[in-house]
Design a protein around this ligand. Structure first.
Ligand SMILES: N[C@@H](CCC(=O)N[C@@H](CS)C(=O)NCC(=O)O)C(=O)O
Length: 213
């Protein structure tokens, strides 16, 4: 297998998910930074590869994969070590629901292009945009805490990391950047703490990535 290439951005939480998943699977990869500050994701050459103009994108096994949850699902089906999504239908539905509560219902509302639209097209102030950002996190996390509570162990589901934790850790990183209070979410914080003790999570942290000059 040639070395997979991750079209990445150090601060992108969707790319952070894929970095964690690749690390958990023990897959060595090359990170290519797509500089979101410079709108490199919108460049024609990049859009020719990924029509959505978003990161992450993963070139692996002769494929070009987009959408972090689809990539995580691919990696999990293809590389059996360290399962990220449980096999049983009911457990699978539970873990995927927690991942989607973040990836579909919190993160998209706070994506860069949404924030830019609020600022540049609708004329909102930075203070209003920061409130918007924090609002959607504060709306989503209590539900996630309640979803996780009955079946959580060291992680959101049981005692091993799953795709739900892979989504959680980048989302809490974002929450902290915007000073969203997290004290009401002990289950989420426990999972985050246990996850960050693992090399796979620690090595994927934005502070450990190459930052474009
Ligand atoms: N649902 C997508 C979201 C990808 C996404 O929104 N990526 C962000 C960075 S976290 C991005 O590329 N933003 C660029 C923009 O908004 O222009 C996934 O999970 O991969």
């Amino acid at each position: 297998m040639s070395r997979p290439i991750l079209y990445d951005y150090w601060r992108s939480s969707a790319a952070y998910r894929v970095r964690i998943a690749l690390n958990l699977k023990g897959i060595d990869y090359e990170s290519r930074q797509v500089d979101l500050r410079e709108d490199a994701q919108k460049a024609e050459a990049y859009r020719a590869l990924n029509p959505q103009g978003l990161v992450p994108m993963l070139e692996i096994d002769g494929l070009r994969l987009t959408q972090s949850l689809a990539i995580i699902n691919y990696l999990d089906l293809k590389y059996a070590n360290q399962p990220l999504i449980p096999a049983s239908a009911a457990e699978r539905a539970h873990v995927v629901a927690m991942a989607m509560a973040i990836a579909c219902d919190i993160h998209p509302l706070n994506n860069l292009r949404v924030l830019k639209y609020l600022k540049n097209e609708l004329g909102h102030s930075q203070d209003e945009i920061d409130r918007w950002y924090a609002h959607w996190i504060a709306e989503g996390l209590p539900a996630l805490e309640a979803m996780a509570l009955p079946r959580a162990g060291k992680f959101l589901f049981g005692d091993a990391p799953t795709g739900a934790d892979v989504c959680l850790v980048p989302q809490l990183y974002n929450a902290r950047r915007f000073n969203v209070p997290l004290d009401d979410y002990p289950t989420l914080l426990r999972a985050e703490e246990n996850a960050n003790q693992l090399d796979a999570f620690a090595a994927a942290h934005p502070d450990r990535q190459q930052v474009p000059a």
